[in-house]
Design a protein around this ligand. Structure first.
Ligand code: BTN
Length: 249
């Protein structure tokens, strides 16, 4: 992967490539600050991140040559939460032709293969004087990251583990971007339907962050997860993490 190849394949989209960087989300914010009129859809790609960030300021691993770390600058009126969903659907659909199994989503937007996380999404809004300038849609996709023997062995996976063959990262990046462009023009209802259809979390016993346990019965139009306890109490979760979801396979 190199800048010339990415620029060629992603033309006319503005592209920045780093062999190594801290975080592509930070690079995207910097790029936007330097060039406020940058076209929507501009993308930062890195081969390695040394300070990759996940949700809730968790660390995100991007060792060299073994992942896709990309941040798309989106100038749209769609809410940040919608864009996270768009990112996860675009990734799931780009991965599916490469895999024998269905790609699912864990609420809110982790992309899973065989119940293990293959991709995480971090959408961050960029504001200037209380005006929303853009949303940075950060996507971290494990291509050949080795998790065996690490604390993530039971929960994380990589694409080559399932395909058994090398992956053409630039083409996969292109497919994800095509998917984002397509979904961004779709009405909320279709987006919500497609998301709900892929959610592995529904109809499962879940444990939410903070320990609340119950059955995930629905996601409402705001994207909130509706959880029902054994006594029938309903609770809505608009944000947070499902810490445990009984396995689907
Ligand atoms: C998560 O599941 O916690 C979200 C992970 C998001 C990681 C990506 S990698 C590209 C972009 N740059 C970052 O620093 N984070 C996102």
């Amino acid at each position: 992967m190199n800048e010339a190849l990415l620029q060629e394949i992603l033309r006319p989209r503005p592209v920045r490539y780093f062999a190594s960087t801290g975080s592509t989300n930070n690079d995207a914010v910097q790029w936007l600050n330097d060039m406020p009129f940058l076209a929507s859809g501009a993308v930062v790609v890195a081969d390695e991140q040394t300070r990759g960030r996940g949700r809730y300021d968790r660390q995100w691993m991007t060792p060299p040559g073994s992942a896709i770390a990309m941040s798309v600058i989106l100038k749209t009126r769609r809410p940040t939460q919608n864009l996270t969903t768009i990112g996860s659907l675009a990734v799931a659909e780009a991965l599916e032709p490469l895999l024998p199994q269905q790609v699912t989503l864990k609420w809110p937007n982790d992309v899973l293969v065989n119940g293990k996380k293959i991709c995480g999404i971090l959408a961050e809004a960029v504001w200037q004087n209380e005006k929303l300038i853009a949303v940075i849609l950060g996507i971290g996709l494990n291509i050949s990251v080795e998790f065996s023997g690490t604390e993530l062995a039971d929960t994380a996976t990589s694409l080559t583990h399932h395909t058994g063959q090398p992956i053409d990262r630039p083409t996969l990046i292109q497919q994800v971007l095509i998917g984002i462009d397509r979904w961004i023009d779709q009405p909320n209802e279709s987006l919500h339907r497609a998301w709900k259809n892929r959610l592995s979390t529904l109809n499962k016993q879940v444990t939410m962050e903070g320990g609340f346990t119950g059955e995930a019965v629905d996601v409402d139009s705001d994207g909130a997860l509706v959880v029902k306890t054994a006594t029938g109490t309903m609770k809505r979760f608009l944000a947070g993490d499902v810490t445990r979801e009984n396995r689907e396979d």
